[in-house]
Design a binder for this molecule. Structure first.
Ligand code: PLP
Length: 458
């Protein structure tokens, strides 16, 4: 195994004929399935019919499907994937040398498309099913802007209307993100806005609010219901999104298999859990079947620590409490990270699939403070050349820590991490880091207790 690994090229690309033709549904191999979404009105599991009022029909079906192992990827999506996939699996030779570690480090780089992240993998799938159903358009929210950008690209490709509610603070801080979305034809609205009842209500209570993801979700859902021919789409957290993102893990596995490499540890940043869920999917399947003892590690920001400090309970998925409730590790739907938090990954909850795997101890988690994350980002940029997104840099930070641990123990572990995107639109955060004004703010137990008090009582 070690001989094979030393011959690995700097980048492993798959040939077109080696690319996955079907997504892999991890739920099919989970003994304890993720808990069902509940209707916030009745407290009963959401039916396909109820879900179809919010999501496209096919996506509602994917959301509820805990049994189908492989879901064929429609031809049109495969063709779109070919424009920017396969993404490279990179052997981080330069980083290994810099760290003087016996570990072998690999990263799967998903930033090689204009939207700059893995989110395009699910955006094209969701836009495709909306188009196939004959819809006019889709609505969504975006925080940092990557999801909105990805969805704009997918909608432009398929000729769909795209309306994006962008968290107000990002709208102001990231004007160039907005222009990219407008270039692809999307309408971008700062949230909260006066275009929805929930937005007007939030503004009347708190006119100076900088907005939150949960609030933008409520607005996007309301907007999708207000007009016929529109549905809401979401870029993370949901089972369907993890299904689409399995393309990351399937490609990674095919590339590693080419060289006979078995990972010992797979690391990913976790906001809503979609890139991590996708990256680990086929490897977790082997672990669940008892065929491997690979470890899986989720990395979250210390300022938004849903897995490491949240509770596993049913919670609202949005601030307006109109979306289905999910059983997940959560900090409470009112939780908003401190304003100085710049590292993304700011959603209050975590994918129900990953939450269940964490609860069942198949997945581990760590929380890291943001200054260390930016230090790791800078070290990575200087050695491997890629300017990473702050979100991705949580995984970099932890991969470096683990590789340094291998230096202590002398273990030649195979470490794989997800490099989810590039950081060109995050230079204001980098600037604060370089100027020394970026601080770590970690919520107190009292802060968390306050937002957890408002969990729904079932
Ligand atoms: C959205 C995003 C994430 C976090 O989302 P997950 O659903 O947890 O994967 C991580 N990295 C980048 C670059 C992103 O855009």
């Amino acid at each position: 195994m070690s001989n094979a690994a030393t011959q690995v090229p700097y980048k492993i690309y798959l040939r077109e004929d080696q690319m996955p033709k079907a997504w892999y549904n991890l739920r099919a191999d989970m003994k304890t399935k993720p808990a069902p979404l509940l209707n916030p009105g009745t407290g009963k599991p959401m039916t396909e019919q109820e879900l179809s009022a919010v999501f496209c029909q096919k996506l509602a079906r994917q959301e509820l499907d805990n049994d189908t192992t492989y879901v064929p990827i429609p031809e049109k999506i495969l063709n779109f994937y070919k424009m920017y996939r396969p993404s490279p699996l990179v052997r981080a030779y330069c980083l290994e040398k810099k760290l003087n570690t016996p570990a072998r480090i690999f990263y799967k780089f998903e930033g090689n498309n204009t939207s700059g992240s893995h989110k395009l993998n699910s955006a094209i799938a969701q836009a495709y099913y909306a188009k196939q159903q004959g819809l006019k358009g889709v609505t969504t929210e975006t925080g940092a802007g990557q999801w909105g950008t990805a969805l704009s690209m997918a909608c432009a490709y398929l000729g769909l209307d795209c309306r994006v509610y962008m968290v107000k603070v990002s709208y102001a801080q990231k004007p160039y993100r907005r222009e990219v979305m407008r270039t692809y034809g999307a309408q971008v609205i700062p949230s909260p806005s006066d275009t929805t009842a929930v937005g007007r209500e939030i503004l009347s209570r708190n006119p100076d609010t900088s907005g939150s993801l949960g609030c933008a979700i409520s607005e996007a859902v309301e907007a999708s219901r207000a007009e016929t021919g529109y549905r809401y789409v979401l870029g993370s957290v949901l089972n369907q999104v993890l299904l689409h993102q399995s393309v990351i893990g399937l490609e990674t596995k095919a590339a590693l298999d080419e060289y006979g490499i078995r990972p010992d540890l797979i690391i990913g940043c976790a906001g809503g859990g979609s890139n991590l869920g996708g990256l680990i999917a086929p490897f977790m399947a082997e672990r669940l079947r008892g065929e491997s003892d690979c470890r899986f590690l989720a990395v979250e920001p210390a300022s938004c620590p849903s897995l490491t400090r949240g509770v596993f309970a049913y919670d609202f998925t949005d601030t307006g409490r109109i979306c289905p409730m999910a059983k997940m590790y959560t900090l409470g739907s009112d939780f908003i990270p401190a304003p100085n938090h710049a590292g993304g990954l700011r959603y209050h909850g975590m994918s129900p699939i990953l939450s269940q795997l964490y609860h069942d101890e198949y997945l581990e988690a760590v929380a890291v403070p943001q200054r260390e994350v930016f230090q790791a980002a800078e070290a990575f940029a200087r050695t491997e050349g890629i300017l990473p997104a702050p979100e991705s840099s949580h995984a970099i930070k932890t991969a470096i820590d683990e590789a340094l641990r291998c230096r202590e123990t002398g273990e030649a572990k195979n470490i794989v991490f997800g490099l989810t995107g590039t950081g060109y639109f995050d230079l204001a955060a980098y600037q604060r880091f370089h100027d020394g004004t970026l601080t770590d703010s970690i919520p107190s137990d009292e802060d968390l207790a306050r937002s957890l008090e408002k969990l729904p009582k079932l």
